[in-house]
Design a protein around this ligand. Structure first.
Ligand code: APR
Ligand code: PHB
Length: 386
């Protein structure tokens, strides 16, 4: 039983289906609602590899864009980090919404069962051999019994919330700021993503397609959308970019606008008997490193392999190693995302001394091949040991 039809739950379902393992997804929202959520869109090569293994990479390869570099802008200058030259790899820009759509379509085509708009979902007996999920749908009570429950229900889901507090440890860092994101039907201002550090705050120029762009600016924690009409957003974005990049920004009405708090959260362990957490249900990373979706993918890669090994070979070795394998990768991504966030944002309590250190670190990253390689390696993603 998989709880949640976000990218973690859907990809897990597809990988298990490919391994011949029956699975059912139970999702609280409608499929339309799930597809309507705008999230990030930078895929590591390991995530692309997993989507290929799940047989859902055709559209990604035809409509996604491989980027071999990223831009880093500060002090009015745009620097390019050549990811391919530094690591041998690039990243693929393809919206999470499209990944979710491809996974949903593949699941429907495979005839796998997904229950949308399931209410009162609860998990039971995961400390025994026959865990079950209870939910109501269309006014009817249902119970699903099986071997495992995969908690892929995000940060606010029922899975982690059902774990006894004595059995779980959590770690959290909340940054005193957020990202105001705008999705607009305009061409991108630059062929690659641009991460800008500016005295007025961070800015990011990202994209989905040649006609759909995604932009972010750093705002104080608690900022309200009502404070940011489109014109104010575009003006502030341009102020934070080098002149040549700012001049290339084509503005338009926001098709979607939202504020994301900058925070990081990790729950340990990620397995509780027959309940296994994956994705945002177990960890949240600041969006700066674009690691959220990629971590969800690597979690379910380990989870699918562990369940397959248990069901097909009767071994629980991978199940027993599941939590530590995931957490090693999770903390690596948390380290990188927090470091990049500290490097590129302005904090209310930044002292002049801190400011100088930040500048020196930015200079170091673009001048030192070792430092830019370290950034590039984490950005393109570390190999996935299977
Ligand atoms: N019962 C059933 N479904 C639930 C419940 C519940 N009690 N609570 C939440 N869900 C569903 C949500 O409606 C959502 O569709 O679980 C799904 C969780 O999906 P995501 O939040 O997208 O989490 P995940 O699949 O782990 O994907 C992580 O999403 O938020 C981004 O940056 C994050 O990119 C990362 C990715
Ligand atoms: C996005 O395209 O939404 C995006 C890209 C890179 C990030 C974060 C978000 O680091």
């Amino acid at each position: 039983m998989i709880i949640g039809a976000g990218p973690a739950g859907l990809l897990l379902g597809q990988l298990l289906h490919e391994a011949g393992i029956e699975n059912v997804i139970v999702e609280r929202q409608s499929a339309q609602y799930v597809l309507g959520r705008v999230r990030a869109g930078v895929l590591e090569r390991t995530t692309v590899g997993l989507l290929e293994r799940a047989q859902v990479a055709a559209r990604l390869h035809s409509e996604g864009h491989v980027h071999d570099g990223i831009g880093l802008a500060f002090d009015g200058v745009l620097h390019r980090l050549d990811l391919r030259a530094l690591t041998g790899h690039g990243v693929t820009v393809y919206g999470q919404t499209e990944v979710t759509r491809d996974l949903m379509n593949a699941r429907t085509a495979a005839g796998c069962v997904s229950v949308y708009e399931a209410a009162h979902v609860s998990v039971h007996d995961f400390d025994g051999d026959r865990p079950f999920v209870r939910y109501t749908h269309a006014g009817q009570e249902h119970e699903l019994h099986g071997d495992f429950i995969a908690g892929c229900d995000g940060f606010h889901g029922v899975s982690r919330a059902s774990v006894p507090s004595a059995a779980i440890r959590t770690f959290e860092r909340v940054f005193p700021l957020g990202w105001l994101g705008v999705l607009a039907h305009v061409p991108p201002c630059h062929p690659e993503l641009v991460y800008a550090s500016h005295e007025r705050g961070f800015a990011l120029c990202s994209q989905r397609t040649p006609t759909l762009s995604r932009y972010y600016i750093q705002v104080p924690a608690g900022a309200q959308l009502s404070q940011w009409p489109d014109t104010a957003f575009w003006d502030e974005l341009r102020r934070r970019l080098p002149t040549d990049v700012a001049d290339a920004v084509i503005t338009g009405p926001a098709a979607e606008k939202s504020v994301t708090p900058l925070r990081s959260f990790v729950a340990e362990p990620m397995r509780f008997g027959r309940l296994l957490l994956a994705g945002d249900a177990a960890h949240i990373v600041p969006p700066t490193g674009a690691k959220g979706l990629n971590l969800a993918a690597s979690d379910v890669c380990y989870l699918a392999a562990a369940v397959r090994e248990y069901c097909c070979e009767g071994s629980s070795a991978a199940l027993d190693a599941y939590s530590s394998r995931c957490l090693e990768r999770v903390w690596g991504a948390v380290r990188f995302s927090c470091w990049l966030s500290a490097l590129l944002h302005r904090f209310p309590d930044t002292t002049p001394f801190d400011r100088r250190l930040q500048s020196a670190e930015l200079d170091h990253v673009v001048r030192s091949r070792a430092a830019s390689t370290a950034l590039a390696e984490s950005y393109v993603g570390l190999p996935l040991e299977i």
